[in-house]
Design a protein around this ligand. Structure first.
Ligand code: COA
Length: 322
């Protein structure tokens, strides 16, 4: 039986930082309001011309270095993104060219903020079925390009960044389980209601922006994440106390705290980056993971619970023996 092991992590954030104080100059809001409702203090924003693939490439190179492999060892690339550079080719293909790797499968996954968990689950299945041995899985976003900077209800929430992992086939676990869910009935609660074949005019005018019913999203997120914690623990016959680290999607500190409470977990064992990154959608979990691995909090053999919720709605978890 082959398992999937994380052998390297990497993260990258664009240089420019936008603080809550900066936002006070742009829309009618306050640092206090944003901090109290979301936990966010600042977020990183790409420079003009800087793309999702630019961020993904830096995160990927750092993950490759930390894994001690060379790009030629990779035989699968999956990029989770909602903000691809182009309609096509996929950002994964653009990245493949940058890394000078040829012929191996490379594709994008679109599950919004749950994208990284979806991508991880797909890569795990490739490896377990011997279709791949060494996968590069990335979450990368330039959400600032789909944010309406005049809308205070959404512009305070999001940021840009990329995170990556290298996965390798292993005789020891590894990724213990993944659980994925979606319910398209909620399509209008969190959406960019424009694209190639629906409202293309908005896209052409540069008005394809995130629209959200924040209150409703909040409630469904907390309930769905609570259920997926139960589902994950039950499937693995584990207790709450068996989890060493919660590595959640970083949307809102209050959603994160609700999941930690469900796990009866002290916040010291929750990796929190939302104050510095905002919501970077598919990038948020691999960025948080990379930070906690690099600063020595997460150690080999510990049990990690990754969980995410996002547009679709989509939600999912991954339980990992690191
Ligand atoms: N600054 C100041 N006031 C703001 C504001 C801002 N940036 N954004 C909204 N408000 C106002 C609203 O206009 C409203 O005013 P009103 O009462 O006069 O109408 C008031 O604050 C309360 O708005 P409401 O939306 O009810 O606040 P909330 O407590 O639900 O918090 C969110 C808003 C967005 C922070 C919260 O709903 C949330 O985090 N939802 C989840 C969003 C999310 O995580 N999305 C991504 C999922 S992956």
């Amino acid at each position: 039986m082959k398992y999937t092991k994380i052998i390297g992590t990497g993260g990258f954030l664009p240089e420019k930082i936008l603080t809550n104080r900066d936002l006070e100059q742009m829309v009618e809001t306050t640092d206090e309001w944003i901090t109290e409702r979301t936990g966010i203090k600042k977020r990183h924003i790409v420079a003009a011309g800087q793309t999702t693939c630019d961020l993904a490439e830096q995160a990927a190179r750092r993950a490759i270095e930390s894994a001690g492999i060379s790009p030629g060892d990779i035989d699968l690339i999956i990029c989770a993104t909602t903000t691809p550079d182009r309609i096509f080719p996929s950002t994964a293909c653009l990245l493949q060219a940058r890394l000078d790797i040829h012929g191996i499968p490379a594709f994008d996954v679109q599950a919004v903020c749950t994208g990284f968990v979806y991508a991880l689950s797909i890569a795990d299945k490739f490896i377990r079925t011997h279709a791949a041995t060494c996968a590069l899985v990335i979450g990368a976003e330039t959400l600032s390009r789909i944010v309406d900077w005049n809308n205070r209800a959404t512009c305070v929430l999001f940021g840009d960044g990329a995170g990556a992992v290298i996965l390798k086939a292993s005789d020891a676990p590894g990724i213990l389980s993944t659980h994925l869910h979606a319910d398209g009935a909620y399509k209008d609660l969190l959406t960019v209601p424009a694209g190639i074949s629906e409202n293309p005019g908005l896209l052409q005018q540069g008005k394809a922006f995130i629209a959200m019913q924040g209150n409703e999203v909040f409630k469904v997120a907390v309930n769905s994440l609570s259920r997926i914690v139960d589902e994950t623990l039950e499937a693995n016959q584990l207790q709450q106390s068996d989890i060493d680290w919660l590595v959640p999607h970083q949307a809102n500190i209050r959603i994160i705290m609700a999941t930690a409470k469900k796990l009866k977990m002290d916040m010291d064992h929750v990796v929190v980056t939302v104050q510095d990154h905002g919501n970077t959608s598919a990038a948020s979990i691999p960025l948080a993971l990379d930070q906690a691995v690099r600063d020595g909090r997460i150690q080999r053999d510990e049990i990690l619970l990754l969980e995410a919720f996002g547009g679709g709605f989509t939600w999912g978890s991954a339980l990992i023996r690191y």
